[in-house]
Design a protein around this ligand. Structure first.
Ligand SMILES: Cc1cc2nc3c(=O)[nH]c(=O)nc-3n(C[C@H](O)[C@H](O)[C@H](O)COP(=O)(O)O)c2cc1C
Length: 212
């Protein structure tokens, strides 16, 4: 991650969302440093860069300044270990507009089991999850970072998660599963069976959500 090149010219963020087909899956493949090796058409459409502008660039080309650094620290700590990881990220398109995504990571490995590439698939995030939960948390983390640095935002995030007995991935899973249940409840209240959020359910949820 630290070996990524910085893009020199960044778009100026504007407080407008990219309008995109939220049923689609954005996909990219990187090397071990997050250098983009492949981006699918949806990625190109949504972020607004041509594929020749994305290839060989660091993935932080679409990093949004509203994103707290600590979230990427957690992301890298997990993916470098090959963990099952889901993160929610606000991205910056070339136009300066933003788009929120939830990411699923896969790993391609060599014959010795070492990770050689990261493959990220992303889908749109339900608006309620962003507005009610993620945006307030990320705003707080960013404020803490701006005043006292990433060490302080990390401590805050650890405390916030400890209070709920969750890891970052558990939190994301819980928010997504709860949101799905609320949606079901609104559609067909009589059919909803309350269930505990367990590891098996989170795996089930994300394999359904990403269709894999
Ligand atoms: C496969 C893969 C996909 C990534 N997707 C994104 C993304 O969509 N948005 C983003 O800001 N960072 C993404 N990152 C993380 C970036 O590499 C980078 O760590 C992040 O933008 C923060 O920039 P920095 O590490 O220079 O601080 C991804 C990394 C990998 C390995």
């Amino acid at each position: 991650m630290s070996e990524e090149k910085e893009v020199t010219k960044r778009p100026i963020p504007i407080d407008k969302e990219v309008s995109w087909d939220k049923t689609q899956t954005i996909m990219s493949k990187t090397d071990l440093y997050g250098t983009i090796e492949y981006a699918n058409e949806v990625f190109v459409d949504v972020c607004g860069y041509e594929d020749y502008e994305l290839m060989a660039q660091p993935h932080n080309i679409i990093r949004h300044p509203d994103m707290p650094k600590i979230v990427f620290k957690v992301l890298w700590e997990n993916i470098q270990k090959g963990n099952q990881f889901h993160g929610i990220v606000k991205n910056l398109a070339k136009s300066g507009r933003y788009y929120w995504v939830i990411t699923n990571f896969e790993y391609s490995r060599d014959e010795n089991g070492n990770i050689v590439n990261y493959i990220a698939r992303r889908k749109a995030v339900p608006q309620d999850v962003i507005t009610k939960h993620i945006e307030p948390l990320y705003k707080k983390l960013l404020q803490i970072e701006q005043v006292s640095g990433i060490g302080a935002s990390e401590k805050y995030l650890i405390g916030f998660l400890e209070e709920q007995g969750l890891s970052y991935v558990d939190l994301i899973t819980k928010l997504m599963v709860e949101n799905e249940k609320e949606q079901q409840l609104q559609r067909a209240p009589q059919e909803v069976v309350p269930v505990e959020i367990e590891e098996t359910e989170s795996r089930g949820f994300f394999s359904r959500f990403f269709g894999r």
